[in-house]
Design a binder for this molecule. Structure first.
Ligand code: GLU
Length: 287
């Protein structure tokens, strides 16, 4: 009798080393970690550090210390996205060849101004270039000059290329969501100064690290639409998703890295135990 080969479950926690972890991070990390352990799977720690202007070197180790204290162990040496810009560049080139990227020279202020003066009012700040609006040679030539610009994902083109094909993402509870390729507008996938963006790198690394289950906050539900579209065009495997509630403090506000009193390091130094952290998380979940 042949034995079925089951793919092991692999989850990940992917913080940015731009500050101390707080209870919200602890919740996300514990969910992903516990899920892997309960299923004889693997748990991976990945540092999402592409925005080098915001990264502070001490936080790589500080994050590891916080996680170790919580009882979280990872099964592979953590990768740093900043070591992999060349890989992300290959994906960008692929998307460019497919006609799915265009250079955008507008500043944030110009985009906001256009939105304020748009016929339907300032509600819609999304940048969405018409699928039919070709990129002229002059614009392409400008990308070799000194003017800063961003490479945007051309959502209408993506929709056009998809044609009748419908994409979905599925959650661990069985719910499937139909993808709207226009939902996030033409997301920025690279800038001259930061050569790759969160959306591109997260999709690349989840595939490279064979992540089977992505456990993340509800705040990333919308982003999952563009992630699924990128997985399609980059021919990447599609993981399952689980979205967790965002924890809030007693004031009803989400935890923030700048609020030191909710930081794990602060709580640890005030004598709180990892078990108590789990209790605090359970309390916050009810709020
Ligand atoms: N670096 C992202 C964050 O900290 C990763 C989240 C995700 O893609 O699940 O929000």
């Amino acid at each position: 009798m042949t034995k079925a080969v089951l793919t092991p479950i692999i989850t990940r926690f992917a913080p940015s080393p731009t500050g101390d972890l707080h209870l919200g991070h602890a919740y996300s990390a514990l969910l992903a970690h516990d899920f892997a352990r309960a299923n004889d799977g693997k748990f991976i720690l990945r540092f999402e550090d592409i925005d080098q202007t915001r990264v502070r070197p001490q936080f790589y180790r500080d994050i590891e210390i916080d996680l170790e204290w919580l009882g979280i162990k990872w099964d592979e040496k953590p990768i740093r996205q900043s070591d992999h810009f060349a890989d992300y560049q290959k994906d960008l080139d692929k998307l460019k060849t497919m006609g799915l990227l265009y250079p955008c020279f507008k500043t944030r202020a110009e985009i906001a101004y256009d939105a304020m003066n748009a016929p339907h009012g300032p509600d819609n700040f999304l940048v969405l270039r018409d699928a039919g609006k070709e990129i002229d040679n002059e614009t392409i030539a400008k990308t070799n000059g000194n003017i800063p610009f961003a490479w945007r994902f051309w959502a209408h083109r993506a929709k056009e290329l998809l044609g009748d094909e419908e994409l979905f993402f599925t959650e661990t509870n069985g719910n499937s969501t139909k993808i709207d390729p226009l939902l996030l507008g033409d997301a920025i996938l690279a800038r001259k100064d930061t050569p790759a963006s969160y959306h591109l790198c997260v999709v690349h690394d989840d595939a490279r690290q064979n992540i089977t289950h992505i456990i993340r906050g509800e705040d990333l539900r919308q982003s999952t639409h563009i992630h699924r579209v990128l997985q399609h065009f980059l021919s990447l495997p599609v993981p399952l998703y689980q979205f967790h509630k965002l924890l809030v403090g007693a004031d009803g506000k989400r935890f923030a890295k700048r609020d030191k009193a909710q930081g794990l390091k602060y709580l640890r130094n005030s004598g709180i135990t990892p078990d108590k952290i789990r209790e605090l998380i359970a309390q916050s979940r009810k709020m």
